[in-house]
Write a protein that binds this ligand. Structure first.
Ligand code: UVW
Length: 307
């Protein structure tokens, strides 16, 4: 059986867009494809796909915590002679704690990041990811998005963590059932229903330790369709725990490090999925830029889908 490293080597995009490329599969997002994505706007309805940022956010793992919002200036602190006043605030948060993009500095293996960049020498405490920082991805994913509602295909509110992982055949079946085509340059939005579970049941510790999601075999499907990005409503896009002994995030490794693909996590696809099921249109115009955090390995995102 092919290991994830062998799969990564076989699908590798290293060198495809030049030795200094830092944008990976976002290169599929050409001006022509962005322009064509306007055809997905039909009604003007806009859907917010991010989770609220605050202490009510999801259960966290790995030392991450929900955003801490503090007021740094209250009415009365800086009042002006004309009676006007100024109020300021700040947020302290890990960049990986809510709706987010994983950048190309987020995951690697064998001391390499995307496009053969040495990891230990180029990700530093002072400067972050010197070569594969998230700022190189800006303006990021702005183009056509396709929602594949796998939970709906299975006829469930959400896929259970111990159900079968989502494989390439199922992505094809969802697209066929919905009558939508995945095109080069698209963002594929995969709904597992995991967000709905958090809303219905509350975000329990299991929400982050186990989860439904994509199987490693989906890497070849995403590669074969020349998609720009993939995003999901769970916390890791891929199914947890991993099917590969000793490897926690094999799909991350192949997609981020070998293909150069940003992953979108904890996207709230609930309202959008309801609307798509109602009108039978599953393609959207997606605007989901990352913050330009210099040397950042990820970024919070506030994606919006326009129908
Ligand atoms: C980890 O980094 C562990 O996961 P994710 O990319 O899903 O935030």
């Amino acid at each position: 059986m092919e290991t994830f490293e062998e799969l990564g080597r076989r699908l590798s995009n290293w060198g495809r867009w030049g030795p200094d490329d830092r944008r990976g599969t976002l290169n599929h997002l050409t001006p022509e494809r962005v322009l064509a994505a306007r055809e997905s706007i039909r009604s003007g309805r806009v859907f917010e796909l991010s989770l609220p940022l605050g202490k009510g956010g999801p259960q966290q793992g790995g030392g991450r915590f929900n955003p801490i919002h503090t007021m740094t200036m209250l009415p009365g602190d800086w009042d002006l002679p004309d009676g006007s006043f100024i109020v300021d605030d700040q947020v302290t948060m890990p960049l990986q704690c809510a709706t987010q993009w994983d950048g190309l500095g987020h995951v690697g293996y064998a001391d390499r990041l995307y496009n053969d960049v040495p990891a230990a020498a180029t990700v530093t405490a002072r400067r972050g990811a010197i070569h594969n920082g998230i700022e190189a991805m800006a303006p990021g994913m702005v183009g056509r998005g396709v929602l594949l509602d796998v939970a709906r295909l299975r006829g469930v509110d959400w896929i259970a963590a111990d159900d079968d992982r989502i494989g390439p055949d199922e992505l094809d079946r969802a697209a066929r059932a919905q009558g939508v085509e995945v095109r080069p340059g698209d963002a594929v939005l995969v709904r597992t229903g995991w967000r709905r579970k958090a809303v219905v049941e509350g975000s329990t510790p299991e929400w982050i330790t186990v989860s439904p999601g994509l199987d490693l075999a989906c890497a070849e499907w995403l590669h074969g369709h020349d998609v720009a990005t993939v995003a999901s409503d769970n916390w890791a896009v891929e199914a947890m725990p991993s099917p590969v002994p000793g490897s926690m995030l094999p799909l991350h490794c192949v997609l981020i490090r070998d293909l150069g693909m940003m992953l979108g996590e904890m996207f709230d696809l609930e309202a959008l999925a309801e609307d798509c099921a109602a009108d039978g249109r599953w393609d959207v115009f997606l605007s989901a830029p990352p913050l330009r955090v210099t040397g950042g390995v990820g970024s919070p995102a506030a994606p919006v889908a326009i129908k």
